[in-house]
Design a binder for this molecule. Structure first.
Ligand code: GCU
Length: 599
């Protein structure tokens, strides 16, 4: 199947892969395959290749069993260990803490296929490569560790017991997105929800509904069916706005939406969401959508016509109070709750798309979101496959989150080294994002890594492709310790500025003087000095200090201090708030007061 993307380029979807059946959480006939899955660690992938490195017709996807005492079968899912899905394998089996390779996972489930219905198998995310089989039939292969994908498995299902088997491989590679070096843990596995949903032969595949930027009493959008069926009636109702609009699809199976309505606008102070029901025939699905207008005016970010300062913090998907990748809404809620406690109205979800449920929760809590793809550090810029991968991940992030009012910025890169191939790669991504969605701001984390005579100047060709100029700087940690007060800053672009990262490390509970690395007082002083320095930047419109909570990284070795954790968190994984947390919290409290007085 070919998925033609907004920018005209087409993606070839493999085997049974189909365009994402969007907003799966709002669909009526959805069941979960989360739970305990049996798994087999397959270091040499012998469950996939035979001894001549050919794809083995009798691979583990067969889920073979010894039928008689003479049979030779050298694996058995039934008697293999189990792990929780969703969940990374690194923190569920101590033998796999550092493991990078293939693990096979299997789930059996009872199912009764219904005539005239399609069954779709959905994965919220699998890191990094997944090859999916249902009852021994290959459904397809997916790469990219942080975006959802799904398969129409109708033809592979049988009444009674079925199985889904996934070959997951988290090996890093230079040509991937992200590339083979990055500062977070390579958590492998099925790390988000696995769901089954039943739809009719013709169903609503995707839709968009937003406030018209030019007319706030008008909602615009479209609805798209899974097939090019004309004359299908779709009803969109928003009871609270007394909207009940019927549209007919064209011969592309698509219908434009143009709705007169005067919604209360979504904002962090008032995160208003409206119940929206979309109906095709007997099938209805639900969503909760907010309406707002985000734009820039000169050096200001403007939300619903008013300048707004993004009081933010960066967050990794690292689970609080336990180990591993976040795997449920409760953990996301804890992280977002800490951001609220920090007086944030904004989070930078680093460095990859976080779970849909986390984005939806931020929206409910009145927290704006920077949604980002992992085009991180030194990507293989001249590799066409690498670009296609990046574009696919960008497409899938925008496709999934385009109806989320909280998402105000698409982040397309982080700390990428300057070169002509890099500018070509990133400017293409920026254009692509804008073609897919002109309603949001585009940015990327640039960087300023040095000063001349204490003068710091941002210089990046990509400034012309972004709406907000964001950059990371580490005065006081990686450079120029204790001279923040002497620093001046120059951002020679007439656009709003976000400091997308600053900060330093501290081991929670270690106290010493402000010149002792890794104690809380050092980090506290770094924040005090940095905030005084950054506050002077002309056009400063937001901050996302690095980072809310300590997170695992293979590059942080220092025994008894890091122990494979990056300690730049304002909070420890055990929930201990460090002194710097209160510095940041107070700075944002003052920003809130200033905003109130300027109204
Ligand atoms: C970089 C990078 C982060 C990293 C941080 C650090 O700015 O963007 O991903 O964790 O620095 O060194 O702690």
């Amino acid at each position: 199947m070919t998925l033609c993307l907004a920018a005209g380029s087409c993606l070839t979807l493999q085997a049974q892969e189909i365009p994402l059946v969007n907003n799966i959480y709002g669909r009526p006939h959805t069941t979960t395959l989360n739970g305990q899955w049996n798994y087999i660690v397959d270091v040499q992938e012998r469950g996939f290749y035979d001894y001549r490195m050919r794809e083995d017709r009798n691979g583990f996807f067969r889920d073979a069993h010894q039928r008689s005492k003479i049979d030779l079968v050298e694996y058995n899912f039934d008697t293999s260990p189990q792990m929780a899905v969703p969940g990374d394998w690194n923190t569920q089996d101590s033998r796999l803490f550092f493991y990078e390779g293939t693990v096979w996972l299997r789930r059996t489930f009872d199912y009764q296929p219904k005539p005239g219905r399609r069954t779709v198998l959905y994965f919220g995310a699998v890191n990094y490569e997944a090859i999916v089989y249902v009852n021994g039939q290959k459904m397809g292969r997916h790469v990219g560790g942080f975006t959802p994908f799904n398969y129409d498995i109708t033809s592979a299902l049988k009444p009674g017991q079925n199985n889904v088997i996934v070959k997951v491989d988290n090996k890093r590679d230079r040509s991937q997105i992200p590339t083979n070096i990055y500062d977070w843990w390579n958590y492998g596995g099925i790390t988000r929800d696995v769901l089954l949903t039943e739809v009719g032969e013709t169903y609503i595949e995707d839709y968009s509904l937003q406030l018209d930027k030019q007319d706030w009493k008008h909602l615009t959008g479209w609805v798209k069916l899974n097939s090019r069926k004309a004359g299908e009636r779709v009803t969109v109702s928003i009871p609270e706005l007394k909207v009940n609009q019927q549209v007919m699809t064209d011969d592309e199976g698509r219908a434009e939406l143009s709705i007169k309505a005067k919604p209360e606008l979504w904002s962090p102070e008032s995160p208003k969401l409206y119940d929206v029901t979309l109906t095709l025939g007997e099938e209805s699905m639900q969503d909760r959508i907010g309406f707002r207008c985000i734009e820039t005016k000169g050096k200001q970010i403007v939300l619903n016509g008013k300048p707004i300062f993004l009081r933010g913090v960066a967050i990794h998907e690292e689970a609080p109070f336990t180990q591993g990748r976040t795997r449920n809404l409760e953990q996301s809620r804890t992280l977002l709750g800490w951001a609220k406690e920090l007086n944030c109205n904004y989070v930078r979800l680093a460095h990859y798309p976080h779970s849909e449920l986390e984005v939806r929760e931020a929206e409910k809590m009145g927290i704006m979101v920077w949604d980002e793809i992992p085009v991180y550090w030194t990507i293989d810029w001249t590799n066409e496959e690498t670009y296609a991968n990046a574009q696919r991940q960008l497409h899938d992030m925008i496709y999934r989150d385009k109806n989320r009012a909280a998402v105000v910025i698409w982040g397309i890169a982080n700390e990428t080294p300057h070169s002509e191939p890099r500018d070509k790669f990133l400017s293409s991504l920026a254009r692509y994002a804008r073609e897919m969605d002109s309603s949001r701001l585009i940015s990327m984390a640039m960087e300023v890594t040095s000063a001349k005579n204490f003068h710091n100047k941002l210089s990046d060709n990509m400034h012309e492709y972004v709406d907000v100029v964001s950059f990371n700087q580490y005065v006081g940690w990686y450079r120029d310790v204790n001279v923040a007060a002497k620093m001046t800053w120059e951002v020679p672009y007439d656009k709003p500025v976000i400091i997308s990262e600053f900060g330093g490390g501290a081991l929670a509970g270690w106290h010493a003087d402000k010149d002792t690395r890794f104690c809380e007082e050092f980090q506290e002083n770094l924040y005090i000095e940095n905030l005084k320095m950054l506050d002077k930047i002309d056009g400063l419109s937001g901050l996302s200090p690095w980072i809310l909570m300590d997170f695992r990284s293979p590059a942080r070795y220092l025994p008894h201090v890091q122990d494979f954790f990056n300690r730049k968190g304002l909070i420890s994984p055990e929930g201990q708030k460090k002194l710097a947390f209160y510095v940041m919290q107070q700075y944002y409290r003052e920003k809130m007061e200033q905003a109130k007085q300027s109204r």
